[in-house]
Design a protein around this ligand. Sequence first.
Ligand code: BMA
Length: 330
Amino acid sequence: MSVKIIGQDLPNIPWEERPAECKDVMWRYTGNPVIKRDAIACANSIFNSAVVPYGDGFAGVFRCDSRSRRMQIHAGFSKDAVNWQINEEPITFIDPPPNDWQYSFAYDPRVCYLEDRYYIVWCNGFYGPTIGLGYTFDFKDFYQMENAFLPHNRNGVLFPRKINGEYMMLSRPSDNGQTAFGDIFLSSSKDLVYWGKHRHVFGTSVTSGWQSLKVGAGPIPIETSEGWLLFYHGVLQSCCGYSYSIGAALLDLDDPAKVIARSNYYLLSPQKLYECVGDTPNVCFPCAALTDAATGRIAIYYGCADTVTSLAFCQVDEVIAEIRKNNLVK
Ligand code: BMA
């Protein structure tokens, strides 16, 4: 394996070999969806969720839309990262900033282990969607920090370490509705409170139709010997609405605003029934990745049709070879 993941070994990463008949760079788990819409009693749907290694197993933050269709986030735990016990009660944060979401909404969480704790970044209801930020040490007590940005913004994704002495976050400025536009931007901070030095990373593509309407960062970027590997979603507008697919980009290690390579072809698009049919049809929306540095294995967690959560697999060297070969960056 020529490309190395710079990170921990994870011998218990969930994994299935690529089926013999499959030629794709990314393939689905045969037990999908791993989290059903009614895995907890109060849920209408459980999707767009984030998981990390925790203790001798795994923990996560799950988007659970309730049966009143309120968007909330819940903590959960697993021994094998496939079978999850999700708390019936949503997360409530200690010390929320004044004026905040506790009476509004929270969705599309990402979880990032950084320095000594697990940071949660989510789409936070604060006079419209913006980027909420908090942390936990144990997935029991959650502390809220100041929102990173003004509304409207979505898809906040932290980098797992400082770069040139500063914390970095990707996000996608948006509107208050279904946002028919969206590019990925990078912002820096010395203290995780004040964010600035905003840089454009990449936007949509006219020639690569699956990402012609908007793009947004997915899981926490994965550090590799060739750059930051960022899985992201791209959106196509068809006559029947939006369609969300998964692609990947390779960003410069020292300056992640520089794009080295980027998928021309999607890696995974809505094709299975559980991706095509649900509360919002035709959505594959990645929010987390587990990685094993020893083998280069990557397991992606993605929301399906805004209803359930699934798993897909790939190998780091194959993903990077694919995006370098069919590269949108000239
Ligand atoms: C986005 C977000 C996601 C959702 C997607 C598809 O704008 O709201 O939570 O999965 O649309 O509906």
